[in-house]
Write a protein that binds this ligand. Structure first.
Ligand SMILES: Cc1cc2nc3c(=O)[nH]c(=O)nc-3n(C[C@H](O)[C@H](O)[C@H](O)COP(=O)(O)OP(=O)(O)OC[C@H]3O[C@@H](n4cnc5c(N)ncnc54)[C@H](O)[C@@H]3O)c2cc1C
Length: 314
């Protein structure tokens, strides 16, 4: 049976994390000698998936998949293809479909996966655990497996080859979810998809000081984020709150400005590839988790950094 990769999408467009999922699934397919099938729901153009090794793409266009329901998506996925290993992104969409899939297939569910399998038989892989404080190596107890891959952990890797695109119709027990309205978040770059995240904490003193955070993020093509109290006080929207009770991230670079580095905050960001901390307290716990640290006043350091980046870009 094939390896199945599920394509995360938003408003009919493929999300960046889907290219990583296809790359990951291609790696498993190559290791196991099995075929790879890539399934996309209600996506306008799936051809870009071919660049990442998707040779067999199944496109499903169906109005009952317009509103996201994990149960309906899992049923639809199983109705168009059968696989032994299902690979999804550890996004809200992927992880909720993964849970339904694992129940329906009686499969081992391995979430927050960080690396390619060290063994295909038995399937053994590393995953993030204990809110990112630990890495656990787990072995699947069944041949049927569902994995959700932590965004930015494996990377999207281009692979040679051309694909074939077919269309299929899904069968489900019916979607009972109706979307009445969609509220767009204000950020220009999607936080979960971002390569670089510029984040601010209570050290920034007030919402009126976020201009420099946004300017730095714009210059770097980054998304903006914040600590929990900042969202709780209403300085920033809750969609930007990262940490144990907020969004978990794994960008290539996380810039933390005026954030103490409490364990609950670190739980959401410690999978970042590199962390730059700007804080005026040399004892701030965040420095222990940082790859680069600037001990100084954010109101001096950030504008100076902005000027340096502008000069470098000029
Ligand atoms: C159950 C639970 C869940 C939680 N979940 C989360 C979560 O998901 N995410 C989260 O973020 N928190 C979470 N928290 C809260 C967490 O414990 C911390 O209280 C919070 O992260 C602190 O936010 P902060 O660092 O912005 O503020 P503070 O703790 O007030 O730290 C501000 C920092 O800014 C620095 N600073 C001050 N002025 C300047 C300046 N001019 N220049 C540079 N630096 C300056 C200070 O030295 C300090 O380090 C949770 C707490 C609990 C109990």
């Amino acid at each position: 049976m094939s390896i199945i990769a599920f394509v995360d999408s938003y408003q009919k467009k493929i999300k960046k994390s889907a290219f990583e999922v296809v790359s990951y699934a291609k790696n498993i397919a190559d290791q196991s000698g099995k075929g790879l099938k890539v399934v996309a729901f209600n996506v306008d153009d799936v051809s870009e998936l071919e660049k990442y090794g998707a040779t067999d793409i199944i496109k499903v266009n169906d109005a009952q998949l317009d509103a996201f329901s994990a149960k309906t998506y899992a049923e639809a996925l199983l109705s168009v293809t059968e696989g032994s290993i299902y690979v999804l992104s550890h996004s809200n969409m992927g992880s909720s479909i993964g849970a339904f899939l694992s129940i329906k297939k009686q499969a081992t569910l391995i979430t927050n996966v960080l690396s390619i399998p060290s063994s295909m038989s038995p399937f053994t892989v590393k995953r993030k655990s204990f809110s990112g404080k630990g890495i656990m190596e787990v072995t699947a107890a069944t041949d049927q497996i569902v994995v959700t891959v932590m965004p930015n952990s494996f990377g999207a890797q281009e692979a040679a080859g051309t694909g074939s695109i077919s269309e299929a119709s899904a069968t489900t027990s019916g979607n009972t979810i109706t979307v009445n309205s969609i509220a767009e978040t204000s950020g220009k770059v999607s936080l979960k998809e971002a390569d670089i995240v510029v984040s601010g904490g209570r050290g920034l003193k007030g919402p009126e000081n976020w201009g420099m955070v946004e300017e730095l993020a714009d210059l770097l093509g980054a998304a903006t984020a914040c600590s929990k109290p900042v969202a709780d006080i209403g300085w920033r929207p809750h969609s930007e709150h990262v940490g144990q009770t907020g969004i978990a991230l794994a960008p290539n670079l996380y810039i933390a400005i005026g954030i103490s580095g409490a364990i609950q905050h670190l739980a959401g960001v410690n999978a970042s590839k590199k962390i730059l901390v700007i804080n005026n307290d040399p004892e701030a716990p965040f420095f222990k988790a940082a790859d680069y640290g600037v001990c100084g006043d954010a109101f001096e350091v950030v504008p100076a950094l902005i000027e340096k980046i502008k000069a470098a870009k000029a």
